[in-house]
Design a protein around this ligand. Structure first.
Ligand code: KMH
Ligand code: ZN
Length: 276
């Protein structure tokens, strides 16, 4: 089994401080959460950013500030920027952080209901984001919320990659409107991935632990953090992102699984070089 890659998603694009008072907004706050998560075992950070008022933004300059701060606080962590942003953002808004050439970026390969909203990812938009990532040497993490999104990722690679390339997926399960966050759903999704692909899993809200534990049992990787769950346990908010990361690392070590370093995470996911 590969060592366990833990991705921390410390900010998210949808939450506010009424839901989670410790949500980091300012660049230094985000950087501190990433550094503590890195110490606790995270090797990758999935980044969203907020403006001065704490509102979600995909602004390029704001991303540059946050990435700078993260680089100072946790120099070796793999930085993965979001292209999903928040529901309702335009393609132009969402694609801005790609200009900074992060090592990785997320790419959701289809549209999904997202609570009462719709996370819109029409195929032409997905294809444009994919091609831009290929052009800039950014490794996509395919965020798949249902089985059709796996097929679309496969099709994009088949159509556009002259040579087979490594594919890395994140199974995002438990979003209201998407696939259920059950062990059975993790097993089924993992069974559909292209041969040789690597994957992590993200359980949203109350699906967090069932999805996390199933991913660990199957030898997959794990994402955690406030974006995915604001709670540590039922009725108890998580104190920090690092607390959530530390729990995953602890369970993994208890079961004999090593924790990946950032360079091991680069090798696992097919990141080819540090550029961002
Ligand atoms: N905020 C969600 C609608 C991503 O970062 O690529 C989209 C999301 C996925 O968080
Ligand atoms: Zn995200």
């Amino acid at each position: 089994m590969d060592p366990l890659m833990i991705t921390v998603a410390p900010v998210g694009g949808e939450l506010d401080r009424e839901q989670q008072p410790n949500l980091p907004f300012a660049p230094d706050e985000v950087a501190e959460e990433v550094a503590r998560s890195r110490e606790a075992g995270a090797s990758v950070v999935h980044l969203h950013v907020r403006d001065e008022a704490g509102a979600p933004t995909q602004d390029r300059e704001r991303f540059a500030q946050v990435i700078d701060a993260v680089r100072r606080a946790a120099p070796d962590v793999v930085i993965q920027t979001s292209t999903g942003g928040s529901v309702g953002m335009t393609e132009d808004e969402r694609s801005q952080p790609l200009d900074l050439k992060p090592e990785m970026a997320t790419l959701t390969t289809g549209t999904v209901n997202f609570g009462d909203a719709v996370f819109e990812n029409p195929l032409p938009l997905v294809e444009r984001l994919f091609l831009r990532m290929r052009e800039l040497g950014i490794q996509p993490e395919f965020e798949v919320f249902d089985t059709g999104m796996v097929e679309t990722a496969r099709r994009l690679m088949d159509e556009h990659d002259p040579e087979p390339r490594h594919a890395h997926f994140d199974l995002v399960l438990g979003v209201p409107g998407g696939m259920a966050g059950t062990p059975q759903a993790v097993v089924h999704m993992a069974s559909l991935l292209p041969a040789g692909a690597t994957w992590s899993a993200t359980g949203i809200g109350r699906a967090h632990l069932p999805v996390t534990l199933t991913a660990l049992a199957l030898g997959g990787h794990v994402r955690t953090g406030f974006e995915d769950t604001i709670h540590y346990a039922r009725g108890r908010l998580a104190a920090s992102n690092a607390e959530l990361v530390a729990r995953v690392a602890r369970i993994a070590r208890e079961t004999g699984r090593e924790i990946a370093t950032p360079d091991q995470a680069r090798a696992i996911t097919g990141v080819t070089g540090r550029s961002g």
